[in-house]
Ligand binder design. Structure first.
Ligand code: TYM
Length: 337
């Protein structure tokens, strides 16, 4: 039996943080042996908001190195860079022409990011979810493991595939593009900010204090947890509605220590913050240390990283170009010989 295919990606903007790891990359690693996997560094998405050309390439390599450092295994998975496979841009254009504008205007992430950009919102930011749909549909992916914030983009991807098949696949009888399923875990899919337990941990938060980056030093981690927002209650409980900070920090402890929710609930039920914070600090430092060591080793060997990305690109392009050809042929394009 052929294995189902997985596709996912992270943007090379800013430092990857615990939200990216616990909401996405960790789940890719845990499930990779069940699937045929394509993990992409989505550098075309990175320029939908203002970016610095001097660091784009280094950040792109950095995310690929983070994938390897977190445990992506090349016997099950391919790692590649989105811009190295031109089919992503080309399919985006073709899908743009069948995607109603109001579908994009309704996207929550667009509205949130657009407010931050003021008058300089680019067409690319509006079109971001179509590029994401192209990333997924090119590979006829069955599953897309992401954090909670990407759910709406996945629904849009499914809608675009269905619309394309309806318009150009004999009213949907021919399945030219496969509708993917999101894989969103119940725990860790929405890691919250350290400075406000009701806000998502995010690379774009101006305060670095709000997130733990995967490459933070032990001193930075200690200082961020020491200063992070808590509540005045004694005894720590998982309670998303009434105690968002306690809920978030206990969830981090649970996931990073690899314990069950029940075990953590019992261990921490009588603790105060003064006892819990050093425990979380120690656990976080210990969980990130092997990732950081592997990251630095991979980054020190650029030739190795480039060879992985070249191989990943070849594997990816073969599948992507095949889908692109099917889409162009369904749209009526003449195919050059
Ligand atoms: P990006 O780089 O913003 O996020 C990468 C992954 O991290 C997850 N994530 C979180 N999970 C839990 N808690 C958080 N606080 C948190 N913050 C981020 C995101 O859900 C995501 O899974 N648009 C995508 C990138 C993308 C993509 C794709 C993903 C482009 N093409 C195709 C899957 C398939 C994004 O938000 O990247």
């Amino acid at each position: 039996m052929t294995r189902q295919r997985v596709l996912s990606g992270v943007q090379p903007t800013g430092n990857p943080h615990l939200g990216n790891y616990l909401g996405a990359i960790r789940n890719w690693v845990e499930n990779q042996s069940q699937y045929e996997n394509f993990f992409c560094v989505v550098d075309l998405h990175a320029i939908t908001v203002p970016h610095d050309p001097k660091i784009l390439a280094t950040d792109t390599y950095g995310i690929a190195a983070i994938y390897l450092a977190c445990g992506i295994d090349l016997t099950h998975s391919n790692i590649f860079v989105q811009s190295h496979v031109p089919a992503h841009s080309e399919l985006t254009w073709l899908l743009n022409c069948i995607t109603p504008l109001n579908w994009l205007q309704d996207m929550v992430q667009f509205k949130e990011k657009a407010i931050k950009q003021g008058e300089n919102v680019s067409t690319g930011l509006l079109d971001y979810p179509v590029l994401m749909a192209a990333d997924i549909l090119l590979y006829q992916a069955d599953k897309v493991p992401v954090g909670e914030d990407q759910k709406q983009h996945l629904e849009l991807t499914r809608d675009i595939a269905a619309r394309f098949n309806h318009l150009y696949g004999n009213k949907g009888k021919q399945r030219i593009l496969k509708q993917p399923d999101p894989l969103i875990r119940s725990e860790g899919a929405r890691v919250m900010s350290l400075t406000d337990g009701t806000k998502k941990m995010s690379k774009s938060d101006p305060s670095d204090q709000s997130r733990i980056n995967l490459l933070d030093t032990p001193e930075q981690i200690q200082q961020k947890i020491k200063k992070c927002k808590t509540d005045p209650h004694r005894g720590l409980v998982f309670d998303d509605a009434e105690r968002p900070e306690a809920n978030n920090l206990l969830t981090l402890y649970m996931l990073l220590s690899g314990q069950s929710k029940e075990a953590v609930a019992i261990e921490c039920q009588d603790m105060g913050w003064g006892q819990f914070k050093p425990l979380l600090t120690e656990t976080t430092i210990a969980a990130l240390q092997p990732i950081q060591e592997k990251y630095h080793a991979v980054m020190a060997d650029k030739g190795y990283l480039e060879s992985i990305l070249r191989q990943g690109r070849e594997q990816a392009a073969a599948i992507a170009n095949d889908t692109l050809l099917k889409v162009k042929s369904a749209l009526g394009y003449s195919i050059p010989l």
